[in-house]
Design a protein around this ligand. Structure first.
Ligand SMILES: [Zn+2]
Ligand SMILES: [Zn+2]
Length: 167
């Protein structure tokens, strides 16, 4: 988090409506000067900074609670693999669509589509054949456990755990 440049970290700024005077002066139709309390700041002359919402800092608020992850209800006749599978790391996901006895797979990263391929299932072993725009073609062997697919991915000869969870 960084200090808000709009209010210099104070959390409030000079009222833009009255220019920090706390009152609004206007000429009435009969030529009198009418002075009334500024409705925007209520005469306090300063208003809560719109940019940081009064926090005085900008950037991600680490104290904000994460929304709880809920298990998605599944229809009884739903395919065990068809749907969206989120990668445990990297923010990507795989979209599986049943296509005959196989599945067509589209791989997405945080910025969009990153690859595509096919998936086959034999019992609880799922094999993904993906052609990724950066990594090229690779094959992943995963074991289906309920709403998760567990396996490992070889990254420069080092096996890394690879887990996909159903969304
Ligand atoms: Zn601010
Ligand atoms: Zn004001």
């Amino acid at each position: 988090m960084t200090m808000c440049a709009s209010c210099s970290g104070r959390g409030d700024t000079t009222c833009h409506s009255c220019g920090g005077r706390g009152t609004i002066q206007r000429l009435t139709s009969n030529g009198d000067m009418d002075i009334s309390t500024c409705l925007v700041c209520g005469g306090k002359r300063r208003i809560r900074c719109q940019f940081c919402g009064g926090r005085g800092t900008v950037g991600p608020d680490m104290t904000a609670p994460m929304p709880p992850k809920r298990a998605r209800p599944r229809a009884p006749d739903e395919d065990a693999l068809e749907g969206r599978w989120a990668a445990a790391q990297g923010g990507g996901y795989y979209e599986l669509v049943k296509d005959g006895s196989q599945y067509s797979v589209t791989e997405y990263g945080p910025m969009g589509e990153t690859g595509s391929g096919r998936a086959t299932r034999s019992g609880d072993v799922v094999t993904l054949h993906i052609t990724n725009m950066l990594l090229g073609a690779f094959t992943l062997s995963l074991r289906l456990k309920g709403d998760a697919l567990h396996g490992s991915l070889n990254v420069m000869g080092i096996p890394m755990p690879f887990v996909l969870t159903r969304e």
